[in-house]
Design a protein around this ligand. Structure first.
Ligand code: F6P
Length: 528
């Protein structure tokens, strides 16, 4: 799409504008009182301050023109309506339907899917209540104290991030996460738990992912060391689209929470995959998370382009990636509860837009999704922020903070806020040689762009809205770049190549047909 789009007048206008913007000084721009109100927006009660960007009103108008030229609005309408925009897998993209109200109607293959969505939500609500109230008991008639979510990628990162972020709302069983096939991961969780009070939630869209199936089997073996197979229904539930796989594993379908192929793995925390969130924080809070996301969906569909937060986030990313050639994007939540955010958004963004072939199969001549990284401030200030402030590379940043903390330590929060503000200010304004008293090593170039995002508090509602804003940001960029943001062929090759190597390592086939490096490394790793 972009092959033609780079020749589009909207692209060319941005190119010209980029040349004009070469002399822009954020220090001078930010001296104007009106800049903040001109360039900040509010959506779902969350403030997004775009005034520290290498952009002005003209930039916003031109980016909006490019989004229009790329038909972002048309693709958005198709996504929400259930058109099969995941063209390589011939699937609709409807994580948004998981948070739609009962009155909505979204048709896929002649079926209105909203009743199915709400049926699964009721199933999740009932089960959450049963577990949290102690009505659901383990095989010794004790209540469940610990839940282990076994899943990987999208079946792990979203629930893991949200459960940790909403820890102050977590009054239910303790929820643990196991994802890695490294046996250390499950072993270190299991050694803390008692089988009679542990519930395993096996989260896998396909119910065929090697890591998850192996860890699920380990969990089953662990339970069966102290219980009979009659205990399985009390201690195992499955979240999946694959009923046969669930049954073959030994989990009855009455213990399965289904979802459908129109929910992509990295967009699945809103579906049955969110069960561990609901168990940790209660169904009402899970519902509020969905409500926040739904309100952001409404904003994304209805707000004017120049006020549309996900659209602006996405288009500013295009501005930096394609016109400034900045290849990374940094997430800095000033909130330790959001520790897993960067990992989660990393998958959402990089698995979606880390592609160099467009929807029609053509190689692209331009850059697409950036490297996403991050970790909470203020820790990051004492690790990689030196590079962000003074290296030759520039990386746009999203700073995030909550106005109201959940604790009563006012001095800590004041210090957190001060650091949050100081970092974006230092990046934008820099420090001149004169201010550095003639010491060139203390000169900061400035003009390093960032968005400041302020949530009223880390409530389920606001968290849901924030995550949905990122989902739509990724969507907007995927449309502009012309990629299918909803498949992941890059992940498949590694899975395919691991199978024959495992057979060799387990002594089931000879070490033959490998390249010389791999073959020698197999010999080194082969158990004797
Ligand atoms: O990482 C690749 C991937 O296919 C993701 O898209 C998905 O979230 C993850 O594997 C896990 O897949 P599943 O939920 O089917 O086990």
């Amino acid at each position: 799409m972009m092959t033609q789009l780079t020749n589009h007048p909207a692209w060319k206008a941005l190119n010209d504008h980029h040349h004009e913007m070469r002399d822009l000084s954020l220090r001078e721009e930010l001296a104007h009182e009106g800049r903040f109100s001109d360039l900040s927006r509010v959506a779902c009660g969350i403030l997004f301050d775009f005034s520290k960007h290498l952009a002005n009103k003209e930039t916003i108008n031109l980016l909006v023109d490019l989004a229009h030229a790329a038909k972002v609005d048309e693709m958005r309408a198709k996504m929400f309506a259930g058109v099969k925009i995941n063209n390589t897998e011939d699937r609709a993209v409807l994580h948004t339907a998981c948070r739609a109200p009962e009155t909505a109607e979204v048709v896929v293959d002649d079926e209105n899917i909203i009743p199915f969505v709400h049926q699964v939500l009721s199933q999740m609500e009932d089960f959450t209540h049963a577990v949290r109230s102690g009505e659901h008991k383990g095989y010794t008639d004790e209540a469940i104290t610990d839940v282990v979510n076994i899943g990987i990628g999208g079946s792990d990162l979203g629930p893991r991030f949200v459960v940790e972020a909403l820890q102050e709302d977590g009054s239910g069983p303790k929820v643990h996460f196991v994802s890695n096939v490294d046996g250390q991961d499950i072993a270190s969780v299991l050694k803390k738990l008692k089988p009679e009070t542990t519930l395993f939630v096996i989260a896998s869209k396909t119910f065929a992912t090697e890591e998850t199936m192996l860890n699920a089997q380990m969990a089953k073996d662990w339970l069966l060391k102290s219980a009979t197979t009659d205990a399985i229904p009390k201690h195992f539930v499955a979240l999946s689209t694959n009923a046969k796989g669930v049954k073959d594993f030994g989990i009855s379908l009455s213990n399965m929470f289904p979802f459908r192929d129109w929910v992509g793995g990295r967009y699945s925390l809103w579906s049955a995959i969110g069960l561990s969130i609901s168990l940790a924080v209660g169904f009402d809070n899970f519902r509020k998370l969905l409500d926040g996301a739904h309100d952001m969906d409404q904003h994304f569909q209805n707000a004017e382009p120049k006020d549309n937060v996900p659209l602006l986030m996405g288009m500013l990313g295009v501005w930096y990636r394609n016109f400034y050639n900045y290849s990374a994007h940094l997430l800095l939540p000033y909130d330790v509860r959001m520790d897993k955010m960067a990992k989660f958004i990393q998958q959402m963004d990089m698995e979606s837009n880390g592609k160099a072939v467009d929807r029609e199969g053509h190689h692209m001549s331009y850059a697409t999704g950036p490297l996403i990284f991050g970790e909470p401030g203020t820790d990051s200030q004492h690790s990689f922020m030196q590079w962000v402030h003074q290296s030759a590379d520039v990386v746009p940043v999203d700073f995030m903070i909550c106005k109201e903390p959940h604790h009563a330590l006012a001095a800590n929060h004041a210090s957190l806020c001060a650091n949050f503000l100081a970092q974006s200010r230092a990046l934008a304004l820099g420090q001149t040689l004169e201010e550095a008293k003639g010491d060139p090593s203390r000169v900061f170039t400035g003009n390093r762009p960032s968005t400041s995002i302020v949530l009223p508090k880390l409530s389920p509602y606001h968290l849901g809205a924030l995550i949905a804003a990122y989902e739509h940001k990724v969507f907007v960029q995927g449309v502009v770049w012309g990629v299918n943001s909803f498949d992941q062929p890059g992940v498949e090759l590694g899975k395919k190549l691991a199978k024959p190597i495992k057979e060799i390592l387990e002594g089931r086939t000879p070490n033959a047909g490998m390249d010389s490096s791999t073959s020698h490394l197999i010999n080194v790793l082969m158990p004797r």
